[in-house]
Design a protein around this ligand. Structure first.
Ligand code: 3VV
Length: 175
């Protein structure tokens, strides 16, 4: 099991350091994937505002079953687009376990093809479309129970080293 803290260079925030030191990549055979951390908005079991996304490996990718609820309402009965984006971004974050690298979202694009309804079961899938050095090109779908794809997403994640999470003085980059 890889240990992400091997390269830790130190931090002034003990909570972040604890998180870094406790983080493990799961064994490659294990289908269940652990939350990124207990308070993660997408998957953390301890976050009362979170989605508590539960994600498994599926072939080369990952998949999840999810229902949005009244906390995520946009228009009445329909999930807020930002809530859908949160879940997709987090789902992409689970692909990092399959690559065994730390990475963060650089670009996220979503096509909302049909409303995502509250209190309705959906299946989410994501996979790595291509890797180009530290660039991970990712793709995902949300499908309803009738096998209709209601949302598609693409993302560019960039592999970072552990210092990314320990540094508090990031400067923005302009393209
Ligand atoms: C800590 C311990 C361990 C814990 C581990 C936990 C688990 C796993 C790990 C991680 C947590 C995951 C949790 C999942 C949650 C979901 C994921 C999120 O929400 S992440 C949060 C939101 N994202 C950010 O906060 C990033 C903010 N941005 C940055 O910090 C920087 O911009 C960064 C590091 C992403 C990139 O900065 P640069 O300076 O290194 O790179 P540049 O120059 O901007 O781009 C690199 C290359 O990408 C291309 N590029 C950039 N944008 C592009 C675009 N839109 N399309 C195509 N190419 C693009 C560029 O042209 C460049 O290419 P050329 O190297 O020159 O070939």
């Amino acid at each position: 099991m890889g240990k992400a803290s091997d390269a830790v260079s130190g931090s002034s925030d003990p909570d972040v350091e604890d998180w870094v030191r406790s983080f493990r990549f799961p064994e490659s055979g294990s289908p269940e994937l652990p939350p990124h951390h207990p308070n993660c908005l997408g998957c953390g079991p301890a976050n009362p505002h979170g989605h508590r996304l539960s994600v498994r490996r599926c072939g080369d990718g990952v998949h999840a079953h999810h229902r949005f609820d009244s906390r995520h309402v946009g228009a009445p009965t329909i999930a807020h687009g930002g809530a859908v984006a949160t879940v997709l971004d987090d789902l992409f974050g689970f692909l990092l376990y399959t690559v065994g690298e730390l990475a963060v979202t650089r670009h996220l694009a979503i096509d909302y093809l049909a409303p995502v309804l509250l209190d309705t079961p959906y299946t989410l899938r994501a996979h790595i479309h291509a890797r180009d050095g530290r660039k991970l090109h990712l793709r995902a779908t949300i499908e309803n129970d009738h096998a209709h794809v209601v949302t598609t997403a693409t993302a560019l994640f960039l592999i970072v080293d552990i210092d990314h999470f320990l540094t508090t003085t990031h400067q923005p980059h302009h393209r």
